[in-house]
Design a protein around this ligand. Structure first.
Ligand SMILES: [Mg+2]
Length: 519
């Protein structure tokens, strides 16, 4: 599934991402030494700065920007608010203080929010922020450097948000600024100031590191009148700032994916999986040279009693958040294997492809479950293909890679989906041991008209073939596109020109008609 964020031109990020990965790999090898980490950070982060969407960079020419001295004569109440957590700590209430930064912790924030919102109509603003690219620092320079970054961020917040009623560290790299009463009017200005100041380089172990932040703002009583509600809405806004790459967002109910309607849908999804409302449709793939159908991709749909047939984009994010990706994937795998076994029993030499998310690949039981399903359907592992996306690599977790290797050992085929839209890098194609690349539809769609897109597709094909990978062109929607992908050397095509996604019985009929026509 392609997300809109991934619909970008791939090649500048590709070249740069390859360099980043190479630099980070070099750094990983040398991680035991500070020099190694410095090399990785210097090369990796410097290059990332050039990649759209990555603001983190080490700028070797930049020096630590001196911080303004906070005015000492600010209103006593405001200063007292900021200082409160330390006072609590001194008084022995460590349960309210974050040990690392000395700021208030999540519990203290919640209590202060409850107190502030106790009176009807009370005004408050919660500015929530997470530090961009903190993970890069932690992974590259180690936890010690990570801790130093968090302390420096806390110091900067104290300088920039002196009007705050409370400053808190509420999670790993998440901080909150609480403003109450008239101070709530300053939320936007403070948010922007925090952002600017966090973009100024920080000196960490002799390296000037530029972070940046994603900031979400929620206001009481406008967005919520209770502590939990306000915190949740600030969190929604912060995630929007991150995913939309805007950096700062004020909560807007119409953009809240967790509105009551969406919550209702999530609870219905639980029942839909067991209740048979989810359907698996199959979209054929064909050999570009012979036109023969070689396989199909299994695509899940939700036949909702009120909303009709819903595409995966409308409910997979809900499944992800509701922890339903596991059961969902098993249901699709089971139906896909059943369908493939029946095609093969009818004499069609077809494979079936199933999409897996990073969440699925985090499940260490997945290989055994797939092996059991294959045995149950008496299907050869080689007839099952699992489509993964580049997020697996970017998730930077050991778990998924281990699961992928186990799946490989089972004998299933792996393909890299939506290729070209993410941080496409040839460097990890071999590392992931994939068998096929699926070129994203955004390149295929216009390649008959666009010389540039055609050149991109041909380059991907050349590289993929050099690595002995099969190339599948997605989104082949016209006869012109069909001939264009064939001429570009793509091995297989998938798209409306060959066939639309169809329920299993319809796919069986389509297959019979098509092979009858070909005979
Ligand atoms: Mg796919």
């Amino acid at each position: 599934m392609s997300s809109p964020l991934r619909q970008r031109r791939w090649w500048p990020p590709l070249l740069l991402a390859a360099t980043v990965l190479a630099a980070l790999a070099l750094g990983a090898l040398l991680r035991s030494t500070v020099a190694g980490a410095a090399i990785a950070l210097a090369l990796g982060l410097a290059v990332q700065q050039l990649v759209p969407g990555h603001r983190t960079a080490r700028d070797p020419t930049s020096a630590e920007v001196p911080l303004p001295t906070p005015p000492r004569a600010a209103a006593p109440a405001a200063i007292a608010g900021v200082a409160a957590p330390r006072e609590l700590d001194v008084a022995g209430h460590g349960a309210h203080t974050d040990d690392l930064t000395g700021l208030a912790n999540r519990r203290a924030l919640h209590q202060r929010l409850e107190t502030a919102l106790a009176e009807p109509g009370a005004r408050a603003a919660l500015v929530l922020l997470d530090v961009d690219a903190f993970k890069d620092v932690n992974d590259t320079l180690g936890h010690h450097a990570g801790d130093r970054v968090l302390r420096l961020v806390a110091q900067r917040l104290e300088h920039v948000a002196i009007e705050a009623d409370l400053l808190a560290r509420v999670g790993g790299d998440e901080f909150a600024v609480l403003l109450t009463g008239d101070g709530a009017d300053d939320a936007n200005a403070i948010g922007r100031r925090v952002r600017t100041l966090l973009e100024a380089p920080l000196d960490v172990e002799g390296l000037a590191i530029r972070l940046g932040a994603n900031i979400g703002i929620a206001l009481a009583p406008r967005h919520a009148t209770d502590a939990t509600g306000l915190a949740r809405r600030a969190d929604v806004a912060m995630h929007l700032a991150k995913t939309q790459r805007t950096g700062i967002e004020v909560y807007a109910p119409e953009r809240d994916r967790h509105s009551p309607a969406r919550l209702a849908l999530t609870s219905q999804l639980h029942g839909a999986i067991d209740g048979g409302q989810l359907e698996v449709h199959f979209q054929p793939q064909a050999d570009t040279r012979t036109g023969a159908v070689t396989g199909a991709e299994a695509l899940v749909r939700w036949r909702h009693p009120e909303h009709g047939l819903m595409p995966p984009a409308a409910f997979l994010p809900l499944a992800e958040r509701a922890g339903l990706m596991g059961p969902l994937a098993l249901m699709v795998l089971d139906e896909a294997m059943a369908a493939c076994a029946s095609w093969r029993a009818d004499g069609h030499d077809l494979t079936v492809a199933v999409n897996l998310s990073v969440t699925n690949l985090m499940d260490p039981d997945l290989p055994a479950e797939i092996a059991a399903l294959l045995a149950e359907r008496e299907l050869d592992a080689a007839h099952l293909e699992l489509e993964i996306t580049e997020d697996v690599v970017m998730a930077d977790a050991v778990g998924p890679i281990g699961v992928l290797h186990e799946l490989k050992e089972l004998g299933v085929r792996l393909s890299l989906d939506d290729f070209g839209t993410g941080y496409s890098s040839m460097a990890y194609l071999k590392h992931l041991a994939v068998d096929a690349l699926k070129i994203d539809r955004s390149f295929v769609r216009d390649m008959a008209e666009s010389a540039e897109d055609a050149a991109i597709v041909r380059s991907i094909v050349a590289l993929a073939h050099a690595l002995d990978l099969t190339v599948v062109a997605e989104g082949v929607a016209s006869s012109r596109a069909w001939f264009a992908v064939r001429d570009a050397g793509c091995d297989l095509g998938q798209g409306y020109q060959i066939g639309r996604p169809m329920p299993a019985p319809a796919f069986g009929d389509w297959l019979a008609t098509r092979s009858g026509r070909a005979a």
